[in-house]
Design a protein around this ligand. Structure first.
Ligand code: XBP
Ligand code: MG
Length: 229
């Protein structure tokens, strides 16, 4: 019997990555760091999950960047999260079609809902509040809640342990290949709805691959057209 829905945030609930990208770029400029991520660069960098990890890797690969220690990278990322939180309020995030319906139906069916995301917990909390989704979630696991981020299965294994689930008792909802790998690695069936930045990922191991969650009576969504660059 299905008892829980384990849901990813970025790309799955909403197309938030453009706001993350803008926040990273604003902070790089603020700090005088010679980095600017266009959409193609960001698509590549998204394979590195977690903002701190992404900044660290980009700095390592940038010959003109100062060598920053872990504390300074964490500080840059703290500021990025603040900027991202303000952008969430300023720009109003549109949820992907079908998200509210699926969460509502899952709740009505008595399922436990867990948010399992690599994004920072403060950013995740602001997202849930701004999008009006906080009441749906019984458990929120975010950022450094686990020592290794997706594609490591740690976050879904932790959810599994905290909710006392057997593998087939939960369904994971994801938009990316690292997320899919993490869910499969934890023994869950994974439903994938590819997003703007993840359409080229390999979803061979998905239990189901859907273009979107759909909404009765509403037109099929468009994944915001081609990427620039
Ligand atoms: C996607 C991520 C995140 C965001 C940036 O998370 O990899 O790192 O790109 O957020 P999800 P932070 O698991 O929700 O798809 O800078 O807060 O890490
Ligand atoms: Mg995602």
């Amino acid at each position: 019997m299905i008892r829980a829905l384990l849901v990813d945030l970025d790309g799955t609930l909403a197309e938030t990555e453009e706001l993350h990208r803008e926040a990273f770029n604003r902070v790089f400029q603020e700090r005088g760091l010679p980095l600017h991520w266009d959409q193609d660069t960001y698509a590549r960098l998204l394979r590195i999950t977690g903002g701190k990890e992404r900044i660290a890797r980009a700095i390592e690969a940038c010959p003109d960047c100062p060598r920053l220690d872990a504390g300074t990278i964490a500080e840059v990322h703290r500021r990025k999260t603040e900027v991202y939180q303000s952008l969430l309020w300023e720009k109003e995030v549109a949820l992907r079609p079908g998200v509210v319906r699926v969460l509502t139906e899952a709740k009505e069916a008595g399922l436990t809902l867990a948010l399992c995301t690599t994004t920072d917990p403060k950013g995740a909390a602001t997202f849930l509040e701004a999008a009006g989704l906080s009441p749906f979630f019984d458990l929120v696991l975010a950022g450094d809640a686990v020592p290794r981020k997706k594609p490591d299965p740690a976050i879904f294994l932790l959810a599994r342990e905290l909710l006392g689930l057997q593998g087939p008792e939960g369904i994971v909802l994801e938009d990316s290949e690292p997320g899919l790998q993490a869910g499969v690695g934890a023994g869950f069936p994974v439903v994938v709805i590819p997003s703007f930045y993840t359409r080229d990922h390999n979803f061979r191991r998905a239990t189901a691959l859907l273009p979107h969650l759909g909404e009765p009576g509403r037109p099929a969504p468009v994944l915001q057209g081609p990427r620039e660059g």
